[in-house]
Design a protein around this ligand. Structure first.
Ligand code: NDP
Length: 314
């Protein structure tokens, strides 16, 4: 039996031992989790990280992989101390993609069936049928067609929504989904979109992509579902687009500053729904499974699974 792989827990914002303690105990024969600063740092091969402290990695000279606790790795790649050449691994979990799909469906169906207006009418005891629309009348544009986007697209298409999806690289067509890529693909998608769902990773190319220029190209009266990362959005541009009537509403799950400060105008805006970055967390079990698979590959001298392309940023 191989010795457990030593894994240091690195976060400046979360208590990883508290969050993942029970599942880490369950995989102790494969992964030995140790707090930072770990004794005998030269024996540490693995790090589990989320917003790691900038200087933490310098202590561990023989790391073989750094694992995110999430599907996104932007908080790791942004760390100036991240050692070059060490694979960065993300959580890939179909259950998480399903949870994301449920979250997006909640907002798309709410838009289709005008949930917000019914809630306002109920508060006024107002019996006013608003008329029904078919799913086929609401086109959903997805920015990002990766693990999350593909699941969301398939579920929306199965319900009858026309789906346009945008990725970096061109793809073969899939049932019920119109796949677009590049600048021309975005130019095609935006004016046809009633509900825009952001499922992009945060990279230098996608930072600030949700801005006034993009909103101006959407179908007038479109709605935004923002589940990527807070820094995709230029917040002032969203408020202007909502207040000017260009956009009808926005559901925001991620923010430039989290937790969203109590005085932030998003909280009380009548056209905005705020949720606290929990469209779909990676489950502790999925994090444990990722650590075990990574540790197994390290012990066998094999490439670690689900490593991102660090140069590409996702
Ligand atoms: P993937 O890496 O599987 O997919 C990313 C998709 O974005 C791919 O289709 C990729 O294109 C596309 N993309 C990347 N850069 C560009 C670009 N410059 N132009 C056009 N398309 C681009 O990621 P996931 O689907 O797993 O997750 C996506 C993001 O969702 C995460 O990075 C995270 O930010 C967010 N997320 C949010 C959660 C929440 O709770 N709010 C939970 C989980 C994830 P290509 O296919 O060509 O590579």
């Amino acid at each position: 039996m191989t010795a457990p792989v030593r894994c240091v827990l690195l976060s400046s914002t979360l208590d990883l031992a508290g969050l993942f303690g029970p599942v880490l105990a369950g995989i102790a024969d494969a992964v030995e989790a140790v707090p930072h600063p770990a004794p005998e740092p030269e024996t540490v091969r693995l790090a589990l990280a989320w917003f790691p402290p900038a200087d933490a990695f310098a202590r561990y000279p023989d790391l073989r992989a750094v694992c995110s606790i999430a599907a996104g790795v932007d908080s790791l790649l942004a760390c100036p101390g991240l050692p070059a050449g060490v694979p960065v691994v993300r959580v890939v979990d179909p259950e998480q993609a399903l949870a994301m799909s449920c979250f997006v469906l909640w907002h798309v169906l709410g838009h289709l069936r005008r949930f917000r207006t019914y809630a306002e009418n109920q508060a006024r005891a107002l019996w006013r049928p608003l008329g029904q629309r078919a799913a086929g009348e609401v086109t959903v544009g997805l920015l990002g067609y990766g693990r999350m986007g593909a699941r969301v697209a398939a579920d929306l298409a199965a319900l009858g929504f026309p789906v346009l999806a945008w990725s970096r690289s061109p793809r073969a067509p899939e049932a019920g989904v119109d796949l677009l890529s590049g600048e021309s693909g975005l130019a095609d998608l935006l004016p046809r979109t009633d509900v825009l769902v952001n499922l992009l990773p945060l990279t230098p190319q996608t930072r600030g992509i949700l801005n006034a220029g993009l909103f101006a190209r959407l179908k007038p009266g479109a709605t935004l579902v923002q589940v990527g990362r807070g820094d995709h959005l230029v917040e002032g541009d969203l408020l202007a687009a909502l207040d000017g009537g260009r956009l009808a509403g926005a559901a925001l799950d991620v923010f430039a500053t989290e937790p969203l400060p109590p005085a932030h105008p998003f909280w009380r805006h009548p056209k905005i729904v705020v949720t606290p970055h929990e469209a779909c967390d990676a489950s502790p079990q999925a994090v444990a499974a990722m650590l075990c698979a990574t540790a197994q590959a390290i012990s066998a001298g094999l490439p670690v699974p689900n490593a991102v392309d660090v140069a590409r940023g996702y």
